[in-house]
Write a protein that binds this ligand. Structure first.
Ligand code: AMP
Length: 213
């Protein structure tokens, strides 16, 4: 079974996803990360993606679906996947659901719940490692990454204006997708305001019966 992680920006979705992927041997597809990699390319597509990301807007659905299809084509047989950052809109959910169905894959959604106030304050104060992309909250005061010693930087789109645009995109575009999965009994939910270890533990308890069979 695949997992599809949902949560407002700053919910700890990436952190929790990495822990769960490691625990249950899932391959992570991190949509934002894939797009940021492409945005570094010196090509018209790279430049287009870069400007969209920096404005906090959503990248065109066709581009995102092409990247994900390409990723799925290179999967080992029986490899389960943890999708992070997709689907982000109802149009994308339709393409995404169809793609997974076509590939004969089943999935559960996982929602990490936080409020918009918590999201804003976490995003304004977090830093990421330039090399391994690990995220560090405000209370981590060192200047280099605890995992790889890389340089800690503030993400270009972690400024108040872009954050507000992203949070607005979440409420207007992604929330309807979440509600649809909830309605269809496809969503598992946990409280993302708790400590990292507590959220992880709760997720492991819920997911073990589904992923260890
Ligand atoms: P994230 O790292 O998840 O915050 O994503 C960073 C940026 O990548 C977003 O603000 C969007 O510009 C873009 N992005 C990530 N996932 C998607 C998606 N599923 N569809 C469209 N754009 C996306």
């Amino acid at each position: 079974m695949d997992l599809v992680f949902f949560g407002m920006q700053g919910s700890g979705k990436g952190t929790q996803g990495a822990l769960i992927a490691k625990k249950f041997n899932l391959k992570v597809f991190e949509t934002g990360g894939e797009l940021r990699r492409l945005a570094k390319e010196d090509s018209p597509l790279g430049k287009k993606i870069k400007s969209i990301i920096e404005a906090g807007k959503l990248v065109d659905n066709e581009i995102v679906m092409e990247i994900i299809e390409n990723f799925m084509e290179h999967l080992e047989p029986n490899q389960n996947v943890l999708f992070d950052g997709i689907p982000r809109s109802q149009v994308q959910a339709k393409s995404f659901n169809e793609l997974l169905e076509r590939k004969g894959r089943i999935f559960k959604g996982v929602l990490i719940k936080i409020t918009e106030e918590v999201a804003l304050s976490r995003l304004l104060t977090r830093r990421i490692c330039e090399s391994c992309k690990k995220v560090f909250p405000a209370d981590f005061t060192a200047n280099s990454c605890a995992a790889c010693n890389g340089n800690l930087i503030t993400r270009k789109d972690d400024n108040e204006e872009a954050i507000k645009t992203r949070l607005h995109a979440f409420t207007s575009e992604t929330l309807p997708v979440i509600e649809e999965y909830q309605k269809n009994g496809k969503m598992i939910e946990v409280d993302g305001t708790k400590r990292i270890e507590e959220v992880d533990k709760e997720l492991q308890i819920i997911l073990s019966p589904l992923l260890e069979s």
